[in-house]
Design a protein around this ligand. Structure first.
Ligand code: DI6
Ligand code: FE
Length: 406
C-alpha cells in the first residue's frame, strides 16, 4: 500500500546514481520519492522534512541503483533453434544455416503459425524473468513476422507485454530482419513492401517507437537500409541499426547520418564509423550474448569507442538463434569478461546509456530529482558486486514509478 501522500524515502543506502555514466557513488545516501518521481537525492543526514505518513525504508548500507534497461531484445517469437546449435557445434556457420533457409527464417515459420495469445504468454514469461532481475524497461523488436499481418501481430504482442507487467516496453519495427520466403531473391521488392505498407501501417496504429534493420551480407544492403530510414524519417520515427556484426558494411556511419539512437553489435566497426557515431550521439549497443553464442573471435573495438567518446550500452539481444540469453546481469558480466568493459561501464551500459539508446534519457536511467522512480535495492554493498557474480542474487526491492513490484 502506498502512503496517502505518495511519499517514500529510502535512507542509509549506498547510492550508485549513474550520473554522467559513472558509478556516482554516495555512501549513506537517501532518495525521496513523491508519487512516480524522484524528488530528492542526497546524504541521509540532509534529508529534507517530508510528510508525516512518508514510508521510510532504512536499507542499512545496501546498494541502490537505477532500475535496469534492456535496450535490445527480440522477445516475441515461437519455436526453438536448439537443433541449429547442434549443427553449429559440428562446424556449420550461422551464415551457412541462414543461406540454407534456416536461421531467422526457421523462427519466422514457427512465429507465423503462432496465435497472438500464445505469443503473448511466451513473451510475458520472458519479460517476467528480466523484471525479476531488476529490468523495468525493455526494448522489444518485431522481425519474425516479415509480412504486414505478422509484423503487426508481433508489435501488438510487444505492446501488450507492457500492459501485462510493470515494465515499460519500447517497440521497434524490424521488418527488415531478413528477406521472407515469398520474396526470395527479390529483396528490393520486399523493401518496397516494408516502405510502402508495413512501416506506415504499423506507425498509423501507434505500434512503432523506433525502426531497425539488419544491415549485413545475409540481410539488407546499406542502400536498402537507407530507403527504410528515409521512410522512417518522413514518418517522424527514430532509427537504430544492427550494424557491423558479421562483416563491415559501413552500417554504423549510415545509421549515424540519420541521427540513429543506436548502432548495435559493432564487432567489425572501423574508426570512421565510431567518429560518425560520436558526432551524432548514436549509442553503441554491445551484445556479448551473441558474440559468445556464435563463438565469435573479434570483439567490438571498445578502445575506439572510448577514445571517441561514444556512449556504450550493453543488452541481452535475447533471441532464439544468436543469443538465447535471458539475463541482463549476465550480459553485463560478459561485457566485462569478453569485451573488456569495466564494471562501471557495464552498469552505465544497462542504465543511463541504455535509456539514451531508447530516447528515454530525460526520464530514466539515473538517480536524479525529476526522473521516474524506477530503482532497485540490491543484496549488495558495491556496484561491482552486481557484475562479479552470476546466477545468484536477486534484487531485494524493485520500485517502478515509485511503486514496489511483485
Ligand atoms: N542479429 C542477431 O544477432 C539476431 N538478429 C540480428 O539481426 C539474430 C536473430 C536470429 O538468429 O534469430
Ligand atoms: Fe539483435
Amino acid at each position: 500500500m502506498s502512503p496517502a501522500s505518495g511519499t517514500r524515502a529510502i535512507t542509509n543506502a549506498t547510492l550508485a546514481t549513474c550520473v554522467g555514466g559513472r558509478y556516482g557513488l554516495l555512501e549513506r545516501g537517501a532518495v525521496a520519492i513523491a508519487g512516480e518521481r524522484i524528488a530528492w537525492v542526497g546524504h541521509s543526514d540532509a534529508l529534507p522534512a517530508l510528510p508525516r505518513d512518508t514510508e521510510r525504508l532504512d536499507v542499512a548500507g545496501a546498494l541502490v541503483t537505477p532500475a535496469l534497461t534492456d535496450c535490445h531484445t527480440h522477445l516475441v517469437f515461437a519455436g526453438s533453434r536448439a537443433r541449429e546449435f547442434e549443427r553449429r557445434v559440428e562446424g556449420a556457420s550461422y551464415e551457412d544455416i541462414a543461406r540454407a533457409g534456416g536461421g531467422i527464417l526457421a523462427t519466422v515459420r514457427a512465429t507465423r503459425e503462432a496465435g497472438e495469445e500464445a505469443l503473448l504468454a511466451l513473451a510475458v514469461a520472458r519479460a517476467r524473468a528480466l523484471l525479476a532481475e531488476g529490468v523495468t524497461t525493455i526494448e522489444v523488436k518485431s522481425g519474425y513476422g516479415l509480412d504486414l499481418e505478422n509484423e503487426l501481430k508481433l508489435l501488438r504482442v510487444a505492446r501488450r507485454v507492457g500492459q501485462s507487467l510493470p515494465v515499460t516496453v519500447h517497440t521497434t519495427l524490424l521488418a527488415a530482419h531478413t528477406v521472407p520466403p515469398e520474396h526470395a531473391g527479390r529483396a528490393d521488392d520486399y523493401v518496397d513492401l516494408v516502405v510502402e505498407d508495413i512501416l506506415p501501417a504499423a506507425a498509423a496504429e501507434g505500434l512503432v517507437d523506433s525502426v531497425d534493420a539488419f544491415c549485413e551480407r545475409i540481410a539488407f544492403s546499406p542502400s536498402q537500409v537507407r530507403r527504410i530510414f528515409e521512410r522512417a524519417r518522413q514518418l517522424g520515427l527514430p532509427v537504430r541499426l544492427h550494424a557491423e556484426q558479421l562483416s563491415d558494411s559501413r552500417g554504423a556511419a549510415l545509421a549515424a547520418s540519420f541521427g540513429a539512437l543506436s548502432a548495435d553489435h559493432l564487432e567489425h566497426l572501423h574508426e570512421d564509423g565510431a567518429v560518425a557515431m560520436a558526432r551524432a550521439g548514436t549509442v553503441a549497443v554491445l551484445l556479448p550474448g551473441a558474440f559468445f553464442f556464435l563463438r565469435e573471435s573479434r570483439p567490438p573495438p571498445v578502445g575506439l569507442l572510448r577514445r571517441h567518446g561514444v556512449p556504450i550500452a550493453v543488452a541481452s539481444d535475447f533471441n532464439p538463434g544468436s543469443s538465447p540469453l535471458l539475463s541482463l546481469r549476465l550480459a553485463m558480466l560478459m561485457g566485462c569478461t569478453l569485451f573488456g568493459l569495466t564494471p562501471a561501464e557495464a552498469l552505465a551500459g544497462v542504465t543511463v546509456h541504455a535509456c539514451t539508446a531508447l530516447g528515454l534519457g530525460a526520464e530514466r536511467g539515473t538517480l536524479e530529482p525529476g526522473k521516474l522512480a524506477d530503482l532497485v535495492v540490491w543484496d549488495a554493498s558495491h556496484p561491482a558486486e552486481l557484475v562479479a557474480q552470476f546466477g545468484t542474487d536477486r534484487p531485494r526491492l524493485i520500485l517502478r514509478r515509485g511503486q514496489p513490484v511483485g
